[in-house]
Design a protein around this ligand. Structure first.
Ligand code: URA
Length: 203
């Protein structure tokens, strides 16, 4: 990207984020605190795509700042990647949840909600122009590839969609949910390995 394009794309990304703050493309905006748009520089070689903001992200207005974000940050550091140089976003930009007492429990977005939010993901892709997209978990992979996905079958492959290259890996929250320490450890090492692979491809 030339410097002029970089400046234009950065401005347009900023405008898209401002517009997304008023998004009513699906009904999730009704119960969420705010939209959580992606974060990171235009021209970032890597774009990381999660599922949707969690409780902490909904309150902070920033992606991956809660427990899953801490796992992601640790894995990025292990893989020698600087988070500030990557673009981090989610397939769905509002927190979907149900209230249980004083807790807000994560609820999986429907296909329709993912589809409605793809509008924003497409704008982020067009403006950031990443060399490689990393889908963190099944929801992100389905949102990007627009087909049913079995993560274990696609892991380790470089996939193509709409002129972009992508890999799929585990969602950091899946690691947090594991009870067995050895399993957790192996899953974390797998995530680091996938991120190392991503860094190599994105150059
Ligand atoms: N899980 C996600 O998928 N995204 C976030 O931003 C936080 C948790």
């Amino acid at each position: 990207m030339t410097r002029v394009e970089l400046a234009r794309h950065s401005r347009e990304l900023h405008e898209a984020a401002a517009e997304a703050a008023h998004c009513t493309r699906c009904s999730l905006y009704r119960d969420a605190t705010q939209v959580v748009f992606g974060e990171g520089p235009v021209g970032a070689p890597l774009m990381l795509v999660g599922e949707q903001p969690g409780d902490k992200e909904d309150l902070a207005g920033k992606p991956f700042v809660g427990p899953a974000g801490r796992v992601l940050d640790a894995a990025l550091a292990e893989a020698g990647l600087d988070r500030a140089s990557t673009y981090v976003t989610n397939a769905v930009k509002h927190f979907k949840h149900e209230q249980r007492g004083k807790f807000r429990l994560h609820k999986q977005p429907t296909r329709g909600e993912v589809q409605a939010c793809r509008w924003w993901l497409e704008q982020e892709l067009t403006l950031v122009q990443p060399k490689l997209v990393v889908a963190l978990g099944v929801t992100a992979a389905r949102a990007l590839l627009e087909k049913p996905v079995v993560l274990s079958r696609l892991r380790g492959q470089v996939l193509e969609f709409e002129g972009y290259r992508a890999i799929v890996t585990l969602h950091p929250s899946a690691i947090l949910r594991m009870r067995d320490e050895a399993e957790k450890d192996a899953a974390f090492r797998g995530l680091c390995e996938d991120l190392r692979f991503a860094a190599k491809i994105a150059g």
